[in-house]
Design a protein around this ligand. Sequence first.
Ligand code: DC
Length: 231
Amino acid sequence: MIMKKFVVAIDGTAASGKSTTARGVAKALGFFYLDTGAMYRAVTYKIIQEKLDIKDIPALKELLNRTTIEFRKSNDNKNLISLDNNDVTRQIRMHEVDAMVSPVSAIPEIREKMVEEQHRIAQDKNIVVEGRDIGSVVFPDADIKFYLDCSMDQRALRRGKELHRKGDEISSQSIKDNLVRRDQIDSNRQTSPLKQMPDAIYLDTTNLTINEEIQFVVDAVKNKIAIQNIK
Ligand code: DC
């Protein structure tokens, strides 16, 4: 039995297996799953739709003030993200969004608003939160932290499969270019860059199956819960 709310933080590079792992772990433990990357993607999608210049900070702030992001479940229990009450689950995974999301998420005003929303969503929940700055900024006191990484070739392969499944025909070279560029921006931005925290458990998913990744995290969480309950 967990007495207080338990926070699992999962950070890592793009396409390292974070989302699949986090979703599977949340399902196995009955925890809420919060995909913070999806929130940055939703805002990016809105900015693209409105053809906003991301250097125009007052306009960005105005846009944020009239933006609502929510997570819902579909009738068949799939995770959906809604932007201003419209389901954008599919749209936020398009390559166009991939190409813009890192510059958008480097903007401090955007991050401030997203982190505020993440705290609101996570309130009073046992939760698995996945992103880039979860263990460092959003939940520095998380009960357990993980940092996932994977070889570039394997990441490009995984992302390529995901995009092709969705009908987005994109060359493997441009997928790789996008991942390299996103890593570069996400790790070097001034506000909340991606970094491995000293108290995070490192997991290289290159040679692991999805089930192995999930099992590794679930076992570590269960151990941690058992230890906390003994104390
Ligand atoms: O996890 P993802 O690939 O869907 O995330 C998309 C982008 O969002 C990622 O390139 C950087 C940004 N992001 C972020 O800056 N902070 C987070 N906590 C999550 C994502």
